[in-house]
Design a protein around this ligand. Sequence first.
Ligand SMILES: [Fe+2]
Ligand SMILES: [Fe+2]
Length: 150
Amino acid sequence: MADVLTRIRRDHVRVKELFKEFDGFGPQASATRIKLARRIIEQLAVHDRAEEATLYRLLRSRAAEREARLAVLEALEQHALADELIRKLLSTDPMEDEFDAKFTILEQSVEQHIKEEEARVHPVARMLLRPEELDDLGARFEEAKKQVAV
Ligand SMILES: [Fe+2]
Ligand SMILES: [Fe+2]
C-alpha cells in the first residue's frame, strides 16, 4: 500500500504529463484539446480537495513551528489561486484566446505549486507524521478523491 505522499507524487506526474500533452496540441482550438483541458481541470480540482481533506487538514493541526506552518499555509493559498483560475476558466469560451491565456497561467502556477509542495510540505509531513499515519492518509486520500464531485 502506498502512503499519501507517494500517491500525491503519482498524481503530480500524471497531471504534468497531461499538461505536456495539452501543450503539444499547439494553439489551434479543437474538440480533443478542449476535452483534455476539462480533464486536467477536473483532476486538479479533485486532487487539491483530497489533499486538503486529508494531508493538509492534519498538518494544519500539527505544524507548530513557523517555517512548517508557512509551508502549509502558502500551499493552501496556491490551491485557492488555482481555484480562482479554474472558476474563471469554466466561464470562458474555450475557443477564445482568453481561455488559453488563463490555462497557461494555471499550468505555470500548478508547476510551481507542485515543486514547493514536494520540496517544502512533504518534508514537513515526513517529520510530523508517523509512517502509519502516512499510510492511513494514503487510503483516505483515495477515498476522498472518489467523493469529490466537480
Ligand atoms: Fe498536490
Ligand atoms: Fe497541492
